[in-house]
Design a protein around this ligand. Structure first.
Ligand code: AP5
Ligand code: MG
Length: 187
């Protein structure tokens, strides 16, 4: 099985690029952000607990997302692999993922990292806010905290994955089509 990680700051284009990637390589797209928004929309206990953290632009606890990913791995059949979008987001999550995969004799295939500068993150999120109405896109304060959280908790994963030789960085500042073809070349 293939286990690709789609990495990058908020608004980098992970969700945008995921659909073409899953189609081309027969992968299941697993976005922890989307899974959490579904829990919130359905009003589950997990959703209720996650909502205030997401609205503040903070991360939900590692165990929560690790459980969601583990369940999805176990319940998915008939795919060539997975495209993890927005997971892992902390070193602890990356280590938990390695353990989950090792238990089945698997490992991370590659980390595709889409990079854009902080200024562009805000532009992209403002643009999306005018179209999609995501709660965590609405307030400047939330967006700033998502960017801060990314730099503090998630960016250390770049070195983590560079050390394993699985890290490929893509310039995310071009058009959607340019970024897509750079990703396909890398994969
Ligand atoms: P999540 O949903 O993962 O949000 P995120 O990481 O902040 O990323 P986004 O979804 O905002 O950005 P994206 O890269 O998908 O960009 P998109 O393609 O939409 O997480 C939300 C929250 O859930 C977190 O803050 C946290 O609280 C919680 N959470 C999730 N996972 C967690 C985890 N593992 N651990 C703990 N907590 C977790 O593009 C953005 C916009 O730009 C769109 O409008 C798009 O059309 C446009 N665009 C895209 N590419 C281009 C381009 N090349 N040119 C011009 N426009 C473009
Ligand atoms: Mg997304």
């Amino acid at each position: 099985m293939k286990f690709y990680i789609l990495f990058g700051p908020p608004g980098a284009g992970k969700g945008t690029q995921a659909s073409a990637m899953v189609e081309k390589y027969n992968l299941r797209h697993l976005s922890t952000g989307e899974l959490l928004r579904k829990e919130i929309a359905e009003g589950t206990e997990l959703g209720k607990k996650a909502k205030s953290l997401i609205d503040a632009g903070s991360l939900v606890p590692d165990e929560v997302v690790e459980g969601m990913i583990d369940n999805a791995f176990k319940s998915t059949k008939d795919v060539a692999g997975f495209l993890l979008d927005g997971f892992p987001r902390t070193i602890a999550q990356a280590e938990a993922l390695d353990k989950m995969l090792a238990a089945g004799g698997e490992e991370v295939t590659a980390v595709v990292s889409i990079m854009i500068p902080d200024g562009m993150i805000k532009e992209r999120i403002r643009h999306r806010a005018s179209i999609e109405g995501r709660a965590d896109d609405a307030k400047e304060e939330t967006i700033n905290n998502r960017i801060k959280t990314y730099h503090e908790k998630t960016e250390p994963l770049v070195d983590f994955y560079k050390k394993s030789g699985k890290y490929v960085e893509i310039d995310g500042t071009g058009t959607i089509e340019e970024v897509r073809s750079a990703i396909f070349n890398a994969m």
